[in-house]
Design a protein around this ligand. Structure first.
Ligand SMILES: [Ca+2]
Ligand SMILES: [Ca+2]
Ligand SMILES: [Ca+2]
Ligand SMILES: [Ca+2]
Length: 307
């Protein structure tokens, strides 16, 4: 401060007290201006334009205000940038939730892109993924919680596309699956899968495909069915848990990641696999029929010969 300290204090305090907040105004006072301001000049009311966020730097001379070594230039530059950000917010870059489903696809899903109805767009949630189930031709949503909440992929499979098919069960609605990363090895994920509409689950029998052994496991006693209202529609949900490295982890290893192909099945129309395929059975019936016809003809011929 120089001998004009009182002027500086008055000017600075007036500026700080001015305005109603909100937008920051940056002012640099130099001695002459401060003196003029407090000398009774009615002048424009700088108070009116200086917000409470305003930066007031008081220096005795222009030279000092401009002297980089004094740091005023840096502080004013920073304040200007902060002010500009306040006035013109930086566009928010789309959040990459790393679930391998585009923001556009998730935002196009049911309930305005909030397929699990938690008030947050699924495109902004690593733990929630809405995607087109290409077996159904409809959107479905996968929601994870617990130890594993970074979904890295979701997939949908026709049974015929798997490395093995289930001999005793059919999966008319396909299977749904995901890969999720866990916060620790051996973690457990709690999953809720949101179907596209309400289904009659009475005959459903959820089974799990283990990709490491190419076998299907009965999973129905592990799942809980429910319904949820999504906007104007109601959908079936299925909830269950899977532990990394456990029996139902599709990759079969405790490695901090869970693989989960699963789906509702119904028992095949044909009898459980006995070694005969359905085609074989039909052929067998045809042969039996032919045999019956032959024996009738034989019997008739026998009778004819005898007569
Ligand atoms: Ca996404
Ligand atoms: Ca959501
Ligand atoms: Ca997401
Ligand atoms: Ca695993």
């Amino acid at each position: 401060m120089t001998g004009d300290a009182a002027n500086w204090i008055t000017a600075g305090n007036n500026l700080r007290a001015a305005g109603d907040g909100g937008v920051g105004i940056v002012l640099v006072l130099i001695a002459e201006a401060a003196t003029a301001y407090t000398a009774g000049s009615a002048g424009p009311t700088v108070d009116a334009v200086a917000g409470t966020e305003g930066l007031v730097v008081t220096v005795p001379t222009y030279a000092e205000a401009a002297d980089p070594a004094k740091g005023h230039v840096d502080s004013v530059t920073k304040a200007v940038c902060d002010t500009i950000e306040t006035i013109v917010p930086t566009p928010v870059a789309p959040i990459n939730d790393n679930d391998n489903i585009s923001t556009d696809e998730e935002d196009s899903g049911p309930n305005n892109g909030d397929g699990n109805n938690d008030g947050v767009k699924d495109s902004e949630q690593t733990s929630v993924t809405t995607a087109v189930n290409n077996v159904l031709g409809a959107y479905t949503t996968t929601e994870t919680s617990g130890d594993c909440t970074q979904i890295t992929d979701v997939s949908f499979y026709a049974e015929s596309s798997l490395a093995a098919t289930d001999p005793s069960y059919d999966y008319d609605l396909g299977l749904h699956g995901f890969t999720v990363e866990c916060s620790s090895t051996g973690g457990t994920v709690d999953v809720t899968y949101y179907w596209d509409k309400v289904y009659d689950t009475d005959d459903w029998n959820y089974r799990k495909f283990n990709a490491s052994t190419n076998t299907f496991l009965d999973f129905n006693d592990q799942v809980t069915y429910g319904t949820v209202v999504l906007g104007e529609s109601t959908v079936t949900t299925v909830s269950y848990s899977v532990t990394d490295g456990g029996e139902f982890d599709g990759d079969g290893v405790a490695n901090g990641s869970i693989l989960d192909p699963i789906g509702p099945s119904e028992a095949s129309i044909s009898a459980p696999n006995t070694g005969f395929s359905q085609t074989t059975n039909i052929t067998l019936y045809a042969l039996l029929g032919a045999g019956l016809a032959l024996s009738t003809v034989g019997l008739y011929g026998y009778k004819k010969i005898k007569r």
